[in-house]
Design a protein around this ligand. Structure first.
Ligand code: SER
Length: 532
């Protein structure tokens, strides 16, 4: 079954159970101060759960674009290094707003997986909340009872609050949950070690595919759980993982969701996928990050130096650096992969097609800007590591009380068993070479090093204080969206209204306030000319 049919089968199944099929909400969130990006299918329904908004439909199903790169749900570090985490992923979900509850959610979930999608029942395990004394929550015997009526007890496991009580963030709707895990190992391995013992242990072949959450509480900011006016169902199934299970693959990246992009990267790099582990990681990171960046831009979040925009910039730069270091790609390339992604996902997510040009231009400009400093930054980083290592050697060879800084001129170098990049140097990489701090941390980790984060933050604070102090105009580079735009056309003489395109923009900070300069191809603003 290809991924398009899998998505469609899910939606059709819930349509047949009287669910309204709705579109994914944007991945970028503009009106919730507790979240930057949609991190779960339920985000868009938060107000319904809380009783602040009436549900238009009592039952809904969809596939939701999610991004888990910040806050409570952050999978960035695992992405690419393992085979089943992503920054951006699709979450298939069905919801009941004060309508059906555990019984139907559980039996329909089982019916879809085992009868419609025909997953072998003996390969599935389910987990049930075992209760939590400190929270005053009892064991979920209802859920246990419904599962027991359908599957052998050996396949039902009890889990703690960590895995079986789902919360969207520090506050908000939450409740006990029941997860469904699939064991995709070979029979020989299954005979040796029972799948039940591998559930929730980080085994890449015994993984959670679906989470059925029974929303009953609101977690308040004082930590208290307050019962909600109604009981609701919120389920989320990892689409890419489901595709892996149904397509008989051992990695999400081997499914038809990712393979076209991976193959395009392999072609560009001239390196075959699945030949060299380091190159493979890089290809997976790039394939994953391309999706995150493209969808974020399509949903209105451009890369920038602040907040959500900086998250997107960091993801993009991370992808560029993996391509540069591990695949030897020394020129902008991400934007060239975009047509592959659009051909594949555009039919279901038309925003990708509608915004393709914008995504293309923004990504190309971002890549080009970062490429300009990347190689110099990497060189600088390598020199730094080498100089510290050499100094360390010298220190070891000297039978004296020389102070570290006398040898290498920086008081923050550390010669402990786990060496650290000094905060000042990490800040220099950030400030001069545009290296997001997590990129520096990543590179440090590749050498088994850490980064002095306190020192880095100090550098950052000092810089902020300096710019506050002089309150000068701090402008980022222009991001050119239309490279052959020419001069702006003044339309103010004969038009009161017209459509216009932004041809370039940049962010400026004045007196600590951020705003944007934009240049339009058609403008109502009359520029005063200066006679020389
Ligand atoms: N909210 C739950 C999750 O994100 C189920 O949709 O896992």
């Amino acid at each position: 079954m290809d991924s398009t049919s899998i998505r469609q089968t899910f939606l059709e199944f819930f349509r047949s159970k009287q669910h309204e099929i709705v579109a994914s909400a944007p991945m970028v969130i503009k009106n919730d101060p507790t979240l930057m990006f949609t991190n779960a299918g339920m985000n868009q329904f938060k107000d319904i759960f809380l009783g602040n908004r009436e549900a238009k439909f009592k039952r809904i199903a969809d596939t939701q674009k999610c991004l888990r790169v910040s806050g409570k749900h952050n999978d960035l570090e695992e992405v690419g290094h393992d085979t089943y985490h992503h920054t951006m992923f699709e979450m298939l979900g069905n919801w009941s707003f004060g309508d059906y509850f555990k019984k139907e959610a559980i039996s329909w979930g089982w019916e879809l997986l085992t009868e419609v999608l025909k997953i072998d029942k003996t390969r599935l395990y389910v987990t049930v909340f075992k209760g939590d004394e400190t929270e005053g929550l009892s064991r979920d015997d209802d859920a246990f009872g419904y599962w027991k009526a359908m599957i052998p007890e050996e396949q039902i496991l009890f889990g703690s609050k960590k895995d079986n009580f789902w919360e969207m963030g520090d506050t908000g709707p939450c409740g006990p949950c029941s997860e469904i895990h699939a064991d995709i190992r070979e029979d020989a391995d299954r005979n040796k070690i029972p799948g039940a013992s591998l559930v929730n242990t980080g085994n890449p072949f015994v993984i959670e595919i679906w989470n059925l959450v029974f929303i009953e509480f609101n977690r308040q900011s004082d930590g208290k759980l307050v019962p909600l006016p109604d009981k609701h169902v919120d389920t989320g199934m990892g689409f890419e993982r489901l595709c892996m299970v149904l397509q008989g693959k051992k990695s999400n990246y081997d499914t038809d969701v990712f393979q076209p992009i991976i193959q395009a990267i392999a072609l560009k790099a001239g390196i075959e996928y699945s030949k060299d582990p380091k190159a493979d990681i890089a290809m997976r990171v790039i394939a994953d990050h391309l999706r995150a960046v493209a969808f974020a831009i399509a949903d209105g979040q451009l890369p920038s130096n602040v907040k959500a925009g900086y998250v997107i910039r960091r993801i993009l730069r991370r992808a560029v650096r993996y391509g540069y270091t591990f695949l030897g790609i020394k020129e902008p390339f991400l934007y060239r992969l975009l047509p592959v992604l659009v051909a594949q996902m555009g039919p279901f997510f038309p925003e990708l097609i509608a915004q393709q040009k914008l995504i293309n231009n923004v990504v190309r400009e971002e890549e080009a800007a970062f490429m300009r400093t990347l190689s110099a930054g990497i060189q600088r980083f390598n020199n730094y590591v080498e100089s510290v290592q050499n100094s360390k050697l010298k220190i070891q060879n000297l039978d004296s009380n020389f102070k570290t800084e006398q040898l290498i001129g920086s008081p923050t170098h550390q010669f402990t068993s786990s060496p650290a990049i000094s905060g000042a140097f990490a800040f220099e990489l950030y400030d001069t070479f545009g290296f997001p701090i997590d990129l520096t941390q990543l590179m440090a980790r590749e050498f088994g090093w850490t980064v002095d984060m306190e020192g880095f933050k100090k550098g950052l604070e000092e810089q902020k204080a300096r710019s506050r102090q002089d309150a000068t105009l701090d402008a980022s580079d222009w991001t050119v969206l239309v490279s052959d735009a020419g001069m702006s056309e003044f339309k103010g003489y004969d038009m009161l209204e017209t459509n216009s395109r932004i041809t370039k923009f940049r962010m400026v900070t004045t007196k600590g306030r951020e705003h944007y300069h934009i240049v339009l191809d058609k403008t109502p603003f009359y520029a005063e000319s200066v006679v020389r």
